[in-house]
Design a protein around this ligand. Structure first.
Ligand code: NAD
Ligand code: ISE
Length: 336
């Protein structure tokens, strides 16, 4: 069976996911597209999915009999309504991060999925599918003893003017929030944010860089530098210190060049290239599960916990230096 997928939101990542389903992955076709800006959907249709129908409204795409499963790739604030509509239609749904922009919104999705009685939602936390993070997890689980500390950095070369201080949390840090829960098999109990000297390259509405300090239930201390005007490249760093040893996330594969008395190695500049294989693997997983009428991978519960943690981190930004407690409700059995 070929899974018929509809994509809502055909901006940067919606276009890229359409390309991988249409040209890279097996088992699925793009049969429908929709974007708030119809010209964006039609451009992607012309370039990548000539047989897809363009719907004016995402809700119509979800209801269409030509769509078995839905990809939600529109701006974050629009995710909740589309994911709820997909659950109501009983259609598997891949939702880009964040699952919802508030913890209350993510909770409504968890409640709807629990009421449906089966998993229908996969959240786009692609780092769990990254070969480097998977190798790191194997080593953390088996070679370094109990993890004690994590030192990490999330650096983007630059961000648009519309990117403000809270986005450093719910747009950027949210990847670390999710992947460290998975990596350490742990949950967070508190968050704190401190601000170093501000980069002169940061826009007026953005405090950049920031250092986020997270504490887990097992007592692991995590520091993440979020620096989104670092200029030099797109750079993701992670080091886990355990009681028997220390493990680093591998650098992406790259040629090292010895020339003119220097040793050089390129650094990527675009998140699309850095995680290109992870996006392929996460969507292959989505296609496989959706063809069975369900979902696997990162759950709505993971999206909800990430939203609760993000809210605490934004509060920690607003009360710089203060430690904000993080309390999680009980996890429904659907996510055991
Ligand atoms: P973008 O601005 O390039 O594209 C967003 C698209 O959504 C635009 O074409 C816009 O017209 C459309 N849109 C806005 N409101 C809509 C609505 N109500 N209905 C339908 N379409 C609507 O943004 P992007 O970079 O592609 O990001 C989209 C989502 O993907 C965001 O949630 C973002 O956080 C996420 N994202 C994830 C990753 C990742 O690494 N997993 C990377 C980038 C973006
Ligand atoms: C973007 O939305 C992403 O998800 C990227 O992975 C991240 O590095 C970037 O900071 C976000 O803006």
């Amino acid at each position: 069976m070929t899974l018929r997928i509809g994509v809502i939101g055909t901006g940067m990542i919606g276009r890229d996911h359409t390309r991988r389903i249409a040209q890279v992955l097996a088992g699925a076709d793009i049969t429908a597209l929709s974007d708030y800006n119809p010209a964006a959907a039609r451009a992607v249709q012309a370039e990548l999915a000539p047989n897809a129908i363009v719907h004016d409204r995402g809700e119509d795409l979800i209801a269409s009999p030509d769509v078995d499963a839905v990809l939600v790739c529109s701006t974050g604030a629009t995710h909740e309504a589309y994911v709820l509509a997909a659950i109501a239609a009983g259609k598997p749904c891949f939702c880009e991060k964040p699952l919802a922009t508030t913890a209350d919104g993510a909770k409504r999705i968890v409640d709807a999925e629990v009421a449906a009685g089966r998993r229908l939602v996969q959240v786009g936390f692609m780092r769990r599918y990254d070969a480097g993070y998977r190798m790191l997890k194997q080593v953390v689980d088996s070679r370094i003893g109990a993890p004690l500390m994590v030192h990490a950095a999330h650096r983007n070369p630059t961000v648009p003017e519309s990117y403000g201080t809270p986005m450093a949390i719910h747009d950027t840090l949210i990847h670390e929030i999710d992947v460290f829960r998975w990596l350490l098999d742990d949950d967070y109990v508190s968050a704190q944010v401190v601000f170093p000297r501000r980069s002169s390259h940061a826009h007026a509405a953005l405090a950049d860089p920031q250092i986020v300090l997270l504490e887990t239930a097992k007592g692991v201390r995590i520091d993440v530098e979020v620096f989104v005007n670092c200029r030099y490249g797109y750079d993701i760093q992670c080091q886990v210190v355990g009681e028997e040893g220390l493990a680093n996330l591998p650098e992406p594969m790259a040629i090292t060049l010895r020339r003119d008395a220097t040793l050089q190695s390129p650094i990527m500049t675009d998140w699309k290239d850095r995680f290109v294989d992870s996006y392929d693997v996460e969507l292959a997983d989505f296609i496989r599960a959706a063809a069975q009428g369900t979902a696997s991978g990162p759950t709505s519960w993971d999206g909800y916990v990430a939203a609760i943690t993000s809210d605490a981190c934004v509060q920690a930004q607003e009360q710089a230096g203060h430690i904000i407690p993080i309390t999680l409700p009980a996890r429904p059995a659907l996510y055991d």
